[in-house]
Design a protein around this ligand. Structure first.
Ligand code: HEC
Length: 143
C-alpha cells in the first residue's frame, strides 16, 4: 500500500528555503567595538574637592535639598541633572550660592544656605559645587 507514497516527494518547498538563507551576513564586527571600552582616559576617579564637598553638603545644604540631593517638597529642588546647575558655570553657581535667591511665592534659597562666612567659607562653597557637579555625570555618589 504505502509504496505509492515514495513517488510523491514534495518538490514545491525547494524554492522557498533558498531565499531565507542568504541574509545572515558578516556585519556584526563593526558595531560591537567602539562604545564599551572608553574607560581609562576621561574621568579622574574622584575629585578630592568633591569628597570634601560631600561633607559640606551634608552640613549646610542637605536640610533643604535632602541628604541625597534629590530635593524636598516645597523646599530645595532636586539638584541631580538640574538644568540650572548644568547651564551655569562654576563661577555663576558660586555667585548664586553666595547671593541666594528670594522667591516671592515659595521658599527662598538663602545666601550661603543661611550660614555665615565663618561656617561656610568660599572654599567650602567651591568644594560643594564640585560635589554637586558629580550629580551630572555619575562620577561619584556620596557615601
Ligand atoms: C534653607 C533651605 C536651603 C538651604 C540650606 C540651601 N538651599 Fe539651595 N535652594 C533652596 C531653595 C528653596 C531653592 C529654590 C529657589 C528657587 O525656587 O528659585 C534652592 C535652589 C538652589 C539651587 C538652584 C537650583 C535651581 O534649580 O534653581 C542651587 C544650585 C542650590 N540651591 C544650591 C545649594 C547649596 C550648594 C547649598 C548648600 C551650601 C544650598 N543650596 C542650601 C533652599 C536651600
Amino acid at each position: 500500500m504505502n509504496a505509492a507514497l515514495r513517488s510523491l516527494v514534495i518538490p514545491a518547498m525547494l524554492g522557498v528555503s533558498t531565499l531565507l538563507v542568504a541574509c545572515g551576513g558578516d556585519s556584526e564586527d563593526a558595531s560591537s567595538t567602539p562604545t564599551a571600552s572608553s574607560t581609562s582616559t576621561s574621568k579622574p576617579s574622584v575629585n578630592p574637592a568633591a569628597l570634601k564637598g560631600a561633607m559640606v553638603f551634608k552640613k549646610t545644604c542637605a536640610t533643604c535639598h535632602n541628604a541625597d540631593g534629590k530635593g524636598m517638597p516645597d523646599n530645595g529642588p532636586n539638584l541631580h541633572n538640574n538644568e540650572f546647575v548644568k547651564t551655569n558655570t562654576d563661577e555663576q553657581l558660586f555667585e548664586y550660592v553666595v547671593t541666594g535667591r528670594v522667591v516671592e511665592d515659595g521658599a527662598d534659597m538663602p545666601p550661603r544656605g543661611g550660614f555665615t562666612e565663618a561656617i561656610l567659607p568660599d572654599e567650602d562653597i567651591r568644594a560643594v559645587l564640585a560635589f554637586i557637579r558629580t550629580y551630572e555625570g555619575n562620577a561619584y555618589t556620596a557615601p
